[in-house]
Design a protein around this ligand. Structure first.
Ligand code: ZN
Length: 354
């Protein structure tokens, strides 16, 4: 230590090696460099100010002492910088293990509701059912008239249905049933060659519902329809028994209760024995052992007539089910909104719907 240098410089010089060793990365090193040899406010900068104010006869020796100190610090900083850069390079090399498989981009997946609809389609495909689709903007004719829904039916009121203000007579379909009307009309001329008609119609539908844990203005349905010679309730029951056992397990029982839908006669609600508690009674089935799963019935003759199919010769059945309702039951999800919020943690946890 040069006797010409002030005592605080001696202090800084003593602390330097430890401060240097404590620099674990280049940012820390740059801060230390600034504090010791930086242009402004550093130890060296302060010494240079003192040099300017020093008496003339001291300037030469003091200048040499400051320079020597500055060089020592700068060299040590440079050496430490080289060390840290080397370490960083080595760490990068270590992080890349060339024997590991390359990083994979995150994989996308179908939405749980689409997977559940796909599962329903898979159950019916071996029975000769194909998938029909229709537009989500429909005419009143397809959505109501063709389905024997009278003009005074509440579903036709604007309080329950989204009408398109700019296109009178058009609306967002309130069910997937207009696909029945379209498909029956299209296939009616070929019904004799084909020996009948059978198809599934999965899709999105819209109603003016407030959003709450069990309602959404947009939801999904899957409908199924079969037309043939001499088709009755026994065929409906047998087919649903097969399908619901394929979905919920071979021990599943079904139960038909009379109900009313304008486009079927007779109509029924269909219950399955609760798949979650094996019909012993639980929260989902409210202790009854049964869960309502879909609505069904024999196609109303007016629906066949509207499509140009002779109701004296042909008959058939139809059913419709809510996809969200089924997904909520199967996954015991209490809130419908979770299916539309697209939180990936929820969607991933819904893998069990496959
Ligand atoms: Zn139950």
């Amino acid at each position: 230590m040069d006797p010409l240098l002030p005592p605080e410089t001696a202090e800084a010089e003593r602390a330097f090696p430890q401060a240097l060793a404590a620099c674990r990365d280049l940012d820390a090193l740059l801060r230390l460099k600034g504090a010791y040899v930086g242009r402004e406010g550093s130890h060296v900068a302060r010494l240079m100010d003192q040099l300017k104010a020093a008496p003339k006869e001291q300037k030469r020796d003091l200048g040499a002492a400051i320079n020597a100190l500055k060089n020592t610090w700068e060299e040590a900083l440079k050496a430490r910088q080289a060390e840290l850069e080397e370490a960083r390079k080595a760490a990068k090399t270590l992080a890349w293990d060339r024997t590991l498989p390359p990083p994979q981009p995150a994989r996308g997946a179908l939405h749980p509701l689409n997977r559940l609809m796909g599962r329903l389609v898979d159950v019916f495909r071996p029975l000769g059912f194909h998938v029909e689709e229709g537009p989500e903007v429909e005419t009143e004719e397809h959505n109501f008239d063709g389905l024997n829904i009278p003009a005074d039916h509440p579903a036709r009121g604007s309080a329950d249905t989204f009408y398109l203000a700019a296109h009178p007579g058009q609306l967002l379909r309130t069910h997937t049933s207009p696909v029945q009307v379209r498909t029956l009309k299209r296939l009616a001329p070929h019904i004799h060659e084909a020996g009948g008609i059978r198809f599934l119609a999965p899709g999105r539908v819209y109603r003016k519902d407030e959003i709450d844990p069990t309602h959404s203005p947009m939801f999904h349905q899957v409908e199924g329809m079969l037309v043939g010679h001499g088709i009755g309730m026994q065929h409906l029951k047998g087919t649903l028994e097969y399908a619901l056992r394929a979905l919920f397990g071979p021990a599943t029982e079904i139960r038909l209760r009379p109900s009313y839908f304008p486009f079927v006669e007779p109509g029924c609600e269909v219950d399955v024995s609760c798949p979650l508690c094996a019909a012993k009674g639980c929260r989902v089935c409210k202790g009854s052992g049964w869960v309502e799963i879909l609505g069904a019935g024999l196609i109303h003759p007016n629906v066949l007539d509207f499509a140009g199919i002779d109701a004296n010769e042909w008959s058939g059945w139809a059913f419709g089910m809510g996809v969200e309702r089924m997904a909520m039951m199967l996954s015991q999800t209490p809130d419908l909104r979770l299916f539309f919020e697209n939180d990936q943690r929820f969607l991933t946890a819904m893998g069990g719907l496959d």
